[in-house]
Write a protein that binds this ligand. Structure first.
Ligand SMILES: NC(=O)C1=CN([C@@H]2O[C@H](COP(=O)(O)OP(=O)(O)OC[C@H]3O[C@@H](n4cnc5c(N)ncnc54)[C@H](OP(=O)(O)O)[C@@H]3O)[C@@H](O)[C@H]2O)C=CC1
Ligand SMILES: O=C(O)C1=NCCCC1
Length: 331
């Protein structure tokens, strides 16, 4: 009789942390995606506007992996008002060879959090200057904290400014991060100043109106925009596309519908089949290529991919099995 492994959030937290191994797992997933061999259908997304919510279903088959994940991932952005996290959900693993159900990962969104922060680290590793040390984090929620933590694993970060529309929450996040990361993290109410003084800017909000303006960007900066993962979300002034030297989407077919590219296409600052103007030397490229000049402004548009979910779920199950975590039930 087939057995099914059940893993809880606390077991998964013990198995997987935001560290070099998780970053390596996600970097390999992006490399597999760039190889063109991965089967990754479009995201199934359901908006529940009445409650400021969405549910995303993501999946991917990676050749060579014995399993693939299907993830169900809600994001309800008014939840913090009632003391609940914005994101939650679970991942399910199936055998790639037979399609049989293998494991249910009751992570409550934890693995999504880790794989998303790890993607921010991979982006910085390839697209931020090697001496990048000052960060601006836009937003003060779950990803704001994890994105900064992830950057500290790949760049010599010395200081960060957290900007948030709610000053109290921004100050709390800054204090918490200062204590946990051992770098100077302050709250900044002046977003223009915070962006202009940073080597790396990460936007982490579900904002529907641009927060970061094109004329605030400076030579040598890297920007990761990871909050905008739905058609209505938009954190960057579309004019940013007219000043960046290098644009890297996690999956272009996603970013042109759900990411920052979507708004640039609508505004006409990028065109269909767009390339960054050749007068600025570089064309739009797939991930995996590194920054070529310390003067480049680079932009990574992260909408979240099924290949990350299959990679982190497989990794988590392997780690959990190594310590015999979880329960097996006959089905
Ligand atoms: N690309 C990817 O792979 C992933 C993307 N995401 C996306 O990242 C975003 C953040 O997720 P998460 O950190 O979990 O969410 P949280 O709810 O924990 O944090 C959201 C933060 O954004 C702020 N915010 C909300 N609306 C606005 C606005 N209009 N203007 C300015 N700030 C705003 C919130 O401020 P306040 O406290 O005032 O409400 C809060 O600081 C979401 O859009 C989510 O969908 C998440 C996971 C994966
Ligand atoms: O899967 C994802 O990525 C997300 N799902 C729901 C909202 C947060 C991001």
């Amino acid at each position: 009789m087939p057995t099914l492994k059940i893993l809880t959030e606390s077991e998964l937290r013990q198995a997987v942390q935001l560290n070099a191994d998780a970053i390596e797992c996600i970097e390999s997933a992006f490399a597999a995606l760039a190889s063109g061999e991965v089967v990754m259908p479009p995201i199934l997304s359901m908006a529940i506007e009445e409650f400021n919510g969405e549910v995303d279903v993501k999946t991917a088959y990676v050749p060579g992996f014995e399993s693939f994940a299907i993830k169900m991932s809600p994001g309800f952005f008014d939840n913090p008002k009632v003391g609940l996290p914005s994101t939650s959900g679970l991942m399910v693993l199936f055998a790639a060879r037979t399609g049989m159900l293998e494991a249910v990962l009751l992570d409550n969104g934890y693995l999504t959090d880790i794989r998303t922060a790890a993607a921010g680290a991979v982006a910085a590793r390839y697209l931020a200057r090697s001496d990048a040390e000052r960060v601006c984090i836009v937003g003060a929620g779950r990803q704001s904290r994890l994105q900064l933590e992830a950057l500290c694993l790949v760049r010599p970060i010395q200081s960060a400014v957290v900007w948030a529309r709610n000053h109290d929450r921004g100050k709390s996040a800054a204090l918490e991060l200062s204590e946990s990361l051992g770098v100077s993290v302050t709250f900044g109410s002046d977003l223009k100043k915070a962006v202009s003084s940073a080597d790396i800017v990460v936007t982490t909000t579900p904002s529907a109106d641009p927060l970061v303006m094109a004329d605030w960007l400076c030579a040598g900066q890297h920007i990761t925009s990871m909050g905008s993962d739905q058609a209505h979300k938009n954190e960057l002034d579309p004019g940013c596309f007219a000043v960046v030297d290098r644009y890297v989407p996690d999956r272009r077919s996603q970013t042109e519908k759900l990411g920052e590219l979507h708004h640039a296409l609508e505004a006409g600052t990028a065109s269909v089949g767009f390339n960054i103007p050749r007068t600025r030397r570089h064309c739009c490229r797939q991930s995996g290529e590194s920054v070529e000049s310390d003067e480049e402004i680079t932009l990574c548009d992260l909408t979240g991919t099924g290949v990350q979910d299959t990679a982190i779920a497989t990794f988590a199950r392997m780690r959990a099995e190594a310590v015999s975590a979880g329960i097996d039930i006959e089905v």
